[in-house]
Design a protein around this ligand. Structure first.
Ligand code: SF4
Length: 324
């Protein structure tokens, strides 16, 4: 039975996501009619909290009334989306992550300099869609099996990455591209948050019997965390939220369980998962003190940089339920 749960350090939202959420909340509390273009983060609880503050998610600028505020999320958008928002007379609150802005600038410069661009990323991911607005002819590749066919030999090539791609994959693609280009420019745009999170997850995986990885099912950075735990020799269960947990027997004979999460997973979700495990798969003592132990695990893991938001958030309720 589970005696202890550890939450990996420096988890919770990355600074880009946190800043975008803070900007939306600040605009709303200043009395502006505020929207976010697309979900600011793929997390129902956070979207609900924002809705409670009157902040609406819209899928297109056509759904925003003239004069209202629209928050651009951390992934950024194509430049023509920005121009369209201006033309429609909307107040643009740019929550594009500073790291992504750097990527966009690099791409623009490389296109001007005549490089053929290869971008490692998930083709339909919003960050990649936005980046392609700066380099429309870029070749986007993901799995290694695609590289041979997708990347032609060219005289001058440049390689960049979506911010949350695994560093090992970027390095492998860079090595592959050496044989494809006469001149190869490598701009390492893998975000340092991604790299730190992988390291902290590996550290936690090395201390526990079982890992739980919390994040979107299609999130590349979440899947990578699961893969890394397994490479470290620690079995890992990947879930989207505490609602996916219903069977305490999943935790088998594990005495110490680690919890980590992707860059779009609020750190409070990790606490809820820790509490569920302790309450439902814990020893009688751990189960009796599940809430306090989970809170203590969160306190040990949370750093100022790992906080979900710097602004007050309404209390979240009903996140932890008993075993089904
Ligand atoms: S992962 Fe990094 S680059 Fe992407 S939004 Fe977060 S902080 Fe910015």
């Amino acid at each position: 039975m589970v005696q202890d749960v550890r939450i990996a350090k420096r988890t919770g939202f990355c600074y880009g996501v946190r800043e975008a959420i803070d900007k939306a909340k600040e605009a709303s509390s200043a009395g502006k009619l505020t929207h976010t273009l697309g979900q600011v983060v793929h997390n129902e609880g956070v979207v609900r909290d924002l809705q409670d503050l009157g902040i609406q998610t819209v899928e297109t600028l056509d759904d925003v009334d003239r004069g209202a505020a629209v928050v651009i999320r951390a992934h950024g958008v194509r430049p023509d989306v920005m121009s369209r928002a201006e033309d429609r007379g909307l107040e643009i609150i740019d929550g594009t992550c500073t790291w992504v802005i750097q990527e966009q600038k690099e791409l623009r410069r490389l296109v001007e300099d005549g490089y053929t661009i290869v971008l490692l990323g998930t083709p339909k991911h919003p960050e990649v869609v936005g980046l392609l607005g700066f380099a429309p002819d870029a070749i986007v590749v993901d799995d290694e099996s695609e590289w041979e066919a997708a990347i032609p030999p060219r005289k001058r090539m440049a390689l960049l990455s979506q911010s949350t791609q695994p560093p090992w994959k970027f390095e492998k693609l860079a090595a592959f591209m050496v044989g494809r280009a006469h001149e190869l420019k490598i701009v390492n745009t893998v975000c340092p948050v991604t790299i730190r999170r992988q390291q902290d997850t590996l550290d936690t995986a090395g201390e526990v019997d079982l890992m739980v990885v919390v994040g979107g099912r299609s999130s590349a950075n979440t899947k990578e965390l699961t893969r890394l735990c397994e490479i470290a020799g620690t079995e890992a269960i990947q879930i989207e939220s505490v609602r996916d947990l219903s069977d305490p027997s999943l935790f088998g004979t594990a005495a110490v369980v680690g919890v980590t999460g992707g860059t779009s997973t609020p750190i409070e979700d990790l606490r809820d998962v820790a509490e569920w495990i302790l309450a439902n798969a814990g020893t009688p003592e751990a189960s009796a003190h599940a809430a306090e132990l989970a809170h203590a695990a969160l306190e040990r893991a949370a750093t100022p940089a790992g906080r979900t938001t710097s602004l007050p958030t309404p209390a979240r309720t009903g996140a932890v339920s008993g075993a089904a």
